[in-house]
Ligand binder design. Sequence first.
Ligand code: DON
Length: 319
Amino acid sequence: AALAASAVALAAPSKDQLQKVAEQAHAKFKDDKSGKNADYIPALAKVPSELFGIVIITKDGDVIKVGDVDTPFSIQSCSKVFTMCLVMQESGDKIVYDKVNVEPTGEAFNSITAIEEGDGRADNPFVNAGAIATVSLIKAKSPEERWDKIHKTYEKFAGSKLIVMPDIFKSEADTNFRNRGIAHVLFNSGNLFCDPLEATEVYTKQCSVGVTAEQLAVMGSTLANGGVNPITKEKCIDKKYVPKVLATMTMNGFYDGSGQWAWNAGLPAKTGVGGGIVAVVPGELTIVGFAPPLDTYGNSVRAQKAIEFIASELDLNIF
Ligand code: DON
């Protein structure tokens, strides 16, 4: 009987269960006004704060949607996961481990101190330094080729066409002096592998890619499904790399808020200052939350609460 009970507890939630819990999460947090839109990128401050969407996609391709799931927002740092996938698929996992490193910094996502305090490497692929270094590891002879590889990778993961949001890109490119500084610090110590301004420009473009919550969820579901997009059935990354990507999300997906997130939700996830969070239940499903207001670490408040609630209600915590 004990065995049978645990077998029931381990059964994947049904589509109806997922829909019900996603609706409950949306209703519970939709009027939560805490947090504040990012404003260091001026265009992000203008995005309506009340937007709120939740999407769950299972490894079988079931899609559950509630709220604002069709409104494009900038992918921002959620992109870093998929550029890491591109570099691993192109050059193996060791290059990321050796040249970027995979350690949490305990510092803000755009910290310069973190680079200086370590051995000069960028620490991990999800802080800005590491993401810019990851972009520089893509094999490319020109900025166009570098960008084209990223763009094609994201579209494959999303199974749909994606475009750069021009107002977000301009706003961020006009103000990204700190990231340009980070790229130069890395280049100076031999830890950036193309021209620093090229790396920053391409990185800024990848962050400005527009996704809907549903598109971001398809991207995440590809990681939940061992690297194969469950909607298009295309392989996007070798299965052997997926646990390393998920481990990096667990340790670094929320920057200096990663410990609290692991404690509260217990899922590998990645956030972006556009308000998106993509969380993965390995081998099962992905949960995406989207709501622009952020906490002090730069992570969406309502998206976190919604994903935590869903994970807790359905017993999805991987620990
Ligand atoms: O480089 C930046 O600052 C932004 N393009 C991305 C930062 C970000 O999304 C941090 N995440 N929560």
